[in-house]
Design a protein around this ligand. Structure first.
Ligand code: NAP
Length: 249
């Protein structure tokens, strides 16, 4: 299936977890892939090789999504290397959970900077080439926690709720230029980020609240990203697609 043939996609945080699954799903559908990582260089190189072996152009970039300077350089470098950018997946994210009374300012700022400012940085930079091309799909990784909230996750919830407001505003701003902007709100997906939840004592409690009765896989989120990136969703913008086994009901 070549739903993304001749397209170029940027995926932030593509070295592991959901971002890696999205990069591979897009490559399997014919897209050339530029993806970023922050610290796991070896893993990023391995993913780059796997993508190239799928017959597409692929390149890993060390780039901090929380930095506007890095984001500007990244978009310039990818435009120089690939010539166009059709799809941008703002996936990079972290969590630093703590109850509010124990949450230091640096913990709060790091999460907001990495999860929310990164979406502003990347979208601001990628919107220029997309406006010139009068075409594009931007996909922002929110979370069910940004909709429901969760004790001990106020910074993470605030960053992910912020992404939803940002997504809807940008969809309204650039819709007339044929650029779509949507968000995905995953529930509990099995990655490094949620390993502690799965292994912790509360795992059964989380599972009992999910109608489908299990955690999701990165590939199940990648399938939604593929839909939002492709022409299959050509009349969808400003939406939040919950991918959470029914946890949002
Ligand atoms: P993960 O396994 O921890 O992977 C995070 C990825 O983001 C890695 O590739 C990491 O790069 C990259 N990254 C982190 N900070 C970065 C920065 N400042 N600049 C560039 N890249 C950076 O996380 P995940 O579970 O796949 O989560 C991916 C996204 O989905 C996040 O936004 C997360 O909040 C969201 N999400 C996840 C779940 C879940 O259940 N897993 C649920 C809802 C939403 P390195 O490898 O170099 O560290």
């Amino acid at each position: 299936m070549g739903l993304l043939k001749y397209k170029v996609a940027i995926v932030t945080g593509g070295s592991r977890g959901i971002g890696e699954a999205i990069a591979k799903k897009f490559a399997a559908n014919g897209a050339d892939i530029a993806f970023t990582y922050l610290s796991s260089e070896e893993k990023a190189k391995a993913v780059e090789e796997e993508l190239a072996a799928m017959g597409v152009r692929a390149k890993a970039y060390k780039s901090d999504a929380a930095s506007m300077e890095d984001s500007e350089k990244l978009i310039n470098d990818v435009m120089a290397e690939f010539g166009r950018i059709d799809i941008c997946v703002n996936n990079a994210g972290i969590s630093k959970d703590n109850l509010l009374l124990r949450m230091g300012e640096d913990q709060w700022s790091q999460v907001i900077q990495t999860n929310l400012n990164s979406v502003y940085n990347m979208t601001k930079q990628v919107i220029r080439p997309m406006m010139k091309a009068r075409s594009g799909s931007i996909i922002n990784m929110s979370s069910i926690i940004g909709i429901r909230g969760n004790a001990g996750q106020s910074s993470y919830a605030a960053s992910k709720a912020g992404i939803i407001g940002f997504t809807k505003s940008i969809a309204a701003e650039v819709g007339s230029r044929n650029i779509r902007c949507n968000a995905i709100a995953p529930g509990f997906i099995e990655t490094d980020m949620t390993q502690y939840l799965k292994e912790g004592e509360g795992a059964q409690g989380y599972l009992s609240r999910i109608p489908l009765g299990r955690f999701g896989s990165p590939e199940e989120v990648a399938n939604v990203a593929l839909f939002l990136a492709s022409e299959l969703s050509s009349y969808i913008t400003g939406q939040v697609v919950c991918t959470c086994g029914g946890l949002n009901m």
